[in-house]
Design a binder for this molecule. Structure first.
Ligand SMILES: [Zn+2]
Length: 251
């Protein structure tokens, strides 16, 4: 399995990332993709990738960090993206749930990063919360790039629009929650050939760890619930999602 989205760069949650990586490997996670939310976390992600053969990095500014972003700061992201184990630009996008940054700040940050990804020919990892139609409006007006909607939580209409852009989708802990019937209904419409597994650790812990810190080693709980939804063996999910992740991140 590949944990395609985790935050071992959160030094408060993961004071000892080596141990978290070791435990994940022991639990069947062969690669971990550590995702940046600003320059500092992107730098730590690249450092972890540099030190650990299992780890890859995604670099960029999260929409809730966009108030602190300005165009001069893109240069540092571009330099980090040049590292051979930096595999995508992200997590970028829109978040209209929190108001740490204005929609305009989020838009400017998003467009700079999309242009950078385009120039560098790199895939893009999106964070999107309560903003799918706004984000899709932007993407539909641009040339199509390889897109991953991390922790997809949109409607069926959002999904159809994102599928038209040939996107792939990340599934996390919420798939194990009782109330997630709508997400579980949409998963077969996505299909195993467009799905990747992710923990988003230290957030979004799957059942039975809900309310406690999440770890990449819990990825199997998400795989197992996805396998139930598709009525296939867990290993079928592991193989399919690993292949999708390898193709998308080119690892
Ligand atoms: Zn994240």
């Amino acid at each position: 399995m590949i944990d395609t989205h985790c935050h071992l760069n959160d030094q408060e949650a993961f004071p000892n990332p080596d141990q978290a990586i070791r435990e994940a490997v022991d639990a069947g996670v062969r690669n971990l993709i550590v995702v940046g939310i600003d320059e500092e976390w992107s730098r730590i992600a690249v450092e972890l990738a540099d030190e650990h053969p299992e780890v890859y990095a995604v670099v960029g500014w999260h929409p809730t960090s966009a108030a602190k972003y300005d165009p001069h700061k893109l240069k540092a992201i571009e330099e980090l993206a040049a590292h051979p184990k930096a595999v995508a630009i992200g997590e970028i996008g829109y978040d209209f749930y929190w108001d740490y940054s204005t929609p305009k700040q989020q838009y400017d940050c998003l467009i700079d990063h999309l242009d950078l990804a385009n120039a560098l020919n790199m895939p893009v990892v999106f964070h999107c919360r309560e903003a799918y139609s706004a984000l899709l409006d932007v993407l539909e007006s641009r040339p199509i790039q390889p897109y991953l909607f991390h922790c997809f939580a949109g409607t069926e209409d959002d999904l159809n629009r994102a599928m038209e852009l040939h996107s792939i989708f990340g599934v996390d802990g919420p798939v194990t929650y009782n109330k997630a019937d709508e997400l579980r209904r949409l998963l077969p419409k996505i299909g195993l050939n467009r799905l990747v597994l992710e923990t988003d650790a230290p957030w979004l812990s799957p059942v039975p760890f809900r309310g406690k810190p999440n770890h990449p080693k819990y990825l199997g709980y998400i795989r197992d619930r996805v396998a139930e939804v598709f009525e296939v063996a867990p290993n079928t999910v592991a193989q399919a999602t690993t292949q999708v992740a390898q193709d998308f991140f080119r690892i």
